[in-house]
Ligand binder design. Structure first.
Ligand code: ADP
Length: 379
């Protein structure tokens, strides 16, 4: 009988697992948060992933559970484990992608390079950090942030007064402390992806450059242009150390800063296919969605090498202001037959990720031009 993989979360990451699952003969099932989500084609259930009974009913007849996001509560994950369900990544690993304070503390234990950081419970503690770090810092809410929400550059402790006020309400969602980090002076942002099986086998993708606009990933270049052998090795080493050290299963994405003085520091972790790895769908021998399925199912991992010298990924943010994607296909496809267009079946809204375009080839400028020009048809 076909292996059954249950994905919790009905967004575009689950959607992009569907085609590789079909190819591999995997029976994929999705628990979507609501009707009409990106992954509705495989949605066998709709419900709240925070509700244990809803999740229990969904996983009843799957072999492996995995995720489209990191938000399933620890209590739910641990109850599934107690029920004997195979969950990848497991709660012990996932907690470090759910809580940025836990992640910083654990990476410190592992000796992984990262920005200076502290846990701060009040304005005085934040002020002390600012005084030690030249008067500027980055404050983050430990949980629930995405696309730059929950991240703020501060120049005075009062700049985070509203967030401290929320902490004092005592709600569990707010937590009891904020994370403060040094304001890193970086040359660019990079991302390292590693796939790891429950048995411990790992494969590494080449380190890529990511470009963020307004806190949202806009473009990715693979491999990171101008990266020397040393940088590539150090990034891969950091990725492997974290994947192994935290016991991650599935795809791990490590977001990195390349500092002005040429160090690599870990920004944050994602334990699922990640926007920084979309290029691999069309630019690597094994795309990250197939690789994630192989890893969580404990199947032999695929080759993560690039198929061409360069790949570029350009996100479609916002989408067509008028008409639909389909209206734009004709022009985009006829002008850029070498571009790979991926759409998420989402309603266009300003700044929302609704699709992306990949291109791959032997000339970086050509590849970037093609991906940008094809994506521009959908703006
Ligand atoms: P999110 O969880 O919302 O993706 P991140 O922690 O990745 O948030 O931060 C979003 C962006 O903010 C990063 O991509 C980076 O550009 C910037 N940033 C985050 N932390 C720092 C830091 N310590 N120093 C400088 N810039 C930072």
């Amino acid at each position: 009988m076909a292996l059954r993989v249950g994905v919790i979360g009905g967004g575009q990451l689950a959607r992009m697992m569907i085609a590789p699952a079909v190819e591999l003969g995997i029976d994929i099932r999705v628990l979507a948060e609501s009707e009409g989500m990106s992954a509705q084609l495989a949605a066998t259930a709709v419900g709240d992933y925070r509700d244990l009974e809803t999740v229990r009913a969904f996983v009843r007849d799957v072999d492996v559970v995995t995720f489209d996001h990191e938000h399933v509560p620890q209590e739910v994950l641990r109850a599934l484990i107690a029920d004997g369900v195979s969950v990848h990544p497991g709660p012990d690993a996932l907690q470090f992608a759910q809580d940025k304070l836990d992640m910083r503390a654990r990476l410190t234990e592992l000796g992984v390079p990262q920005p200076d950081w502290a846990r701060v419970e009040n304005i005085d503690e934040l002020q002390a950090f600012l005084d030690d770090h030249g008067g500027s810092a980055v404050v983050k809410t430990p949980r629930g942030g995405y696309d730059g929400k929950g991240v703020r550059v501060v120049h005075s402790a009062d700049d985070a007064a509203d967030w401290f006020a929320r902490l004092s309400t005592g709600s569990a969602a707010a937590g009891d402390a904020l994370l403060v980090e040094e304001l890193v002076s970086f040359r660019r942002e990079l991302a390292q992806q590693i796939a790891r099986r429950p048995s411990g086998q790992m494969v590494a993708y080449p380190v890529v450059e990511t470009v963020q606009r307004d806190g949202v990933c806009a473009e990715v270049f693979a491999p990171a242009p101008g990266a020397g052998d040393r940088l590539v090795q150090v990034a891969e080493g950091i990725g492997r150390q974290i994947a192994d050290g935290l016991g991650v299963t599935g795809i791990l994405a490590v977001e990195l800063f390349e500092t002005d003085d040429e160090r690599l520091l870990v920004n944050e972790l994602a334990m699922r296919p990640h926007n920084s790895g979309h290029w691999s769908q069309d630019g690597a021998v094994t795309g990250q969605f197939e690789q994630h399925l192989r890893a969580v199912a404990d199947l032999p991992l695929g080759d993560a090498s690039p198929r061409a010298q360069w790949a570029a990924m350009v996100n479609i943010l916002g989408g067509p202001a008028e008409g639909s994607f389909e209206d734009r296909f004709e022009a985009a496809m006829s002008e850029h037959p070498d571009a790979k267009i991926h759409t998420y079946g989402k309603v266009a809204r300003p700044g929302r990720k609704v699709g992306h375009v990949n291109a791959a080839g032997d000339d970086l400028d050509d590849v970037v031009y093609t991906a940008r020009a094809a994506a521009a048809h959908f703006a």
